[in-house]
Ligand binder design. Sequence first.
Ligand code: PLP
Length: 429
Amino acid sequence: MQASTFERLESEVRSYIRSFPAVFCQAAGSWMVDETDRRYLDFFAGAGTLNYGHNHPILKEKLLAYLATDGIVHGLDMATCAKRDFLETFEQLILKPRKLDYKIQFTGPTGTNAVEAALKLARQVKGRATVISFTNAFHGCTAGSVAMTGARKFREAMGTPLTNTRFMPFANYYGEEASTLAMIDKQLSDPSGGTDKPAAVLVETVQGEGGINVASAAWLKGLEALCRKHDMLLIVDDIQMGCGRTGTFFSFEEAGITPDIVTLSKSLSGYGLPMAIVLLKPELDIWEPSAHNGTFRGNNAAFVTATAALREFWSNDSFAKEVQDKGRKLQASLEHMARRHAVVQQVRGRGMVAGLVMQSSEQADDISAACFRQGLIIETCGPQGEVVKLLPALTISPNELEQGLGILDAALASCSSAASVQLAREAIE
Ligand code: PLP
């Protein structure tokens, strides 16, 4: 890899570039191509920003046509034709069919901007500072969001005390038998429990960075009931699991809950262009004009591709059914794989997101590196980095999925035999 330019000039903070040492130049669908023309199958999809694959031809066509007419590319938060199209399409194709009544706030274009806005709003509405977050949560790296994030690595980087968060155990944190909802309820109900009355609860339905920890529909329903009981707003962070990842547009649909506030970003533009929004119940819209401002709230190129993506994939439920079907096959293949490779401790997932829990972070890193050598891009996640994370494009073809799973299977086989050699050595010594 010709990495010297990056090593010489780019900050040490760089991350994914270290896991996938190639210089990428082109991409289409589920494939990325590096500068030596080597092709890689992408099971990471830009960390979940490319649910419809790289450079989807229909989205590209709309974008190119828009640019060709000198359509506004940046427009602050002024009214534009592209923004109106997006708003109307989102209302028509996403909100109305789901009987959801939300207003839409455009925030700065990354996920953490949306989380910051959601937190500020919840605190304003309730006049309270504390927000409940969960063990292993990830919500972003700016001050407010990182305070809601569990991982020490991100928290310590802040260099200041992170306040106004109360961490509670996520679903199954203490195993399947222990009801974490009952624990939270007891804490909140006890006037001497040490928890200031919270303004809100911030939750991912499936914790992506935290290890593909799946909350059941029943747990989410129970959490919603807890929010109502203790007068807390329910904020669902659907930045990674939304836009179809779990098989429905919003990941909370299956649970039949209605969050007060929802954050969306990542795959919303459908093209990898930065865009983020907050959905809020109309009665919560107590913002003073420009109280939460930002220069880049009008990425009109993103509005154009987002609108095209909604029309292409969400005009009816056929895409969702396809994703659900593909997701079931993916989870079944992984279960089958896990039975054959002792190094896999557990398979986790819902829809088109899955995690293989390995015995150690070293094993997970080895798997990711071995897959990369064979032309498959796959990341790790989890509290120790011990989970191999599958996040392919929702549009991936059955053949491509099978090809990638084949590479993963071979990597697991060699990891398993390395692990048994190691065990045998330890037994002899
Ligand atoms: N929330 C969740 C659930 C995420 O997965 C992420 C990013 O991975 C974020 C928030 C932060 O988004 P961004 O990295 O765009 O700031």
